[in-house]
Write a protein that binds this ligand. Structure first.
Ligand SMILES: [Zn+2]
Ligand SMILES: [Zn+2]
Length: 347
């Protein structure tokens, strides 16, 4: 089969590799759409690269079941599915408390096993057993279904922060994830402010429904947020970017008793100082969310399916495996909002 294989830092090659075969309890999915995530780009740039190279990246997958291994029940060849990418044990403390993304024994697509930038992907039983292979109604196109995974991460952050009706939410960063946080918070009927450096991204945020759009470089960002929130500050700040010094500048934007959520994965070795007096006297909750649970993923698929959260306007670029190299380069230069690799049925 055709696959985009990562060999090292900045080295991704289109190659022919053996197609996977379904073992006991496994499913092979014929990939029809595979989203390009910031994580893929970071890995390619050498931040948190897979331990074992060569590797196939891509963890935002939808497609058609092509094989079912011995013992697989409730799934049939030809069914359209979206795939939750984390394989978990289902038995550890975290799995039992519904926090599958923190599983002690987790691995997953492009994170220990091959991912979705290929014609076929092998889904291990640990994903199937936790309801991670979600059947798609016919009306959900594969490209939209591939966005269920990133959307599920935003739903996870909203769940963890208790985002609700009337909350003032500040989203720092209007990249693809920031815009999905905006949509998620709006779905929760929150009032959302968005800040970014790029006017084009802010214009899109405004179109989507942001109550206010702020320039990240303005001198007094926190002051502006307070002015927009009756002097209090935001109930919830979602830092949807991976730049510690920008996150730090937004600490004062959260109100006393509010929640500051570090959503974007920060790079290693770049700690920022935190004033413990602020945490204590202002009763700030400084927290993070990472990935999502199968329940978040199932919710994401259903919200995309019902149209309650529209993702089509975020898919700015569609590629094929053959132009994967261009896709990676454009994503690296942040020229795209959300890129999805599409693989035609007949390939
Ligand atoms: Zn992702
Ligand atoms: Zn576990």
């Amino acid at each position: 089969m055709k696959a985009a294989v990562m060999h090292g830092k900045g080295d991704i090659r289109l190659e022919s590799v053996p197609a996977p075969i379904a073992g006991e309890g496994e499913i092979i999915v014929k990939v029809r759409a595979s989203g390009i995530c910031a994580t893929d780009i970071k890995m390619l740039l050498g931040q948190g690269s897979p331990k074992d190279l060569p590797a196939i990246l891509g963890h935002e997958v939808s497609g058609i079941i092509a094989q079912t291994g011995p013992g697989v029940q409730n799934y049939a060849i030809g069914e359209r599915v979206a795939v939750y990418p984390i394989a978990v044990c289902g038995e550890c403390f975290f799995c039992k408390s519904g926090r599958h993304n923190l599983c002690l024994h987790e691995f997953g697509l492009s994170h220990g096993i091959d991912g979705g930038f290929a014609e076929y992907v092998r889904i291990p039983k640990q994903i199937i057993n936790i309801g991670g292979v979600v059947k798609l109604p016919d009306h959900i196109p594969f490209d939209k279904a591939a966005v269920a995974e990133p959307l599920s991460c935003c739903l996870a952050a909203a769940r963890a922060t208790g985002t609700g009706a009337g909350d003032n939410v500040l989203v720092v960063g209007a990249g693809p994830m920031g815009l999905m946080h905006l949509k998620t918070a709006l779905w929760h009927k929150a009032r959302v402010m968005v800040t970014d450096i790029r006017p084009d991204r802010l214009a899109l945020a405004e179109k989507i429904g942001a109550a206010a759009c702020l320039d990240v470089n303005s001198d007094d960002v926190a002051g502006e947020v307070r002015r927009l929130t009756g002097g209090l500050g935001a109930d919830i700040v979602i830092a949807s970017l991976g730049v510690p010094e920008v996150m730090e500048r937004y600490f004062p934007a959260v109100r006393n008793g509010g929640i500051f959520n570090i959503f974007g994965g920060p790079p290693a070795g770049q700690p920022v100082p935190v004033d413990l007096r602020w945490i204590h006297y202002s009763e700030i909750v400084l927290t993070g969310t990472f990935a999502s649970t199968p329940a978040d993923f199932q919710l994401a698929v259903s919200l995309i399916g019902s149209g309650e959260i529209e993702v089509d306007d975020l898919i700015s670029h569609r590629y094929t495996l053959d132009d994967m190299l261009d896709a990676v380069e454009q994503a690296r230069r942040q020229e795209i909002i959300k890129g999805v690799v599409l693989i035609p049925e007949g390939d």
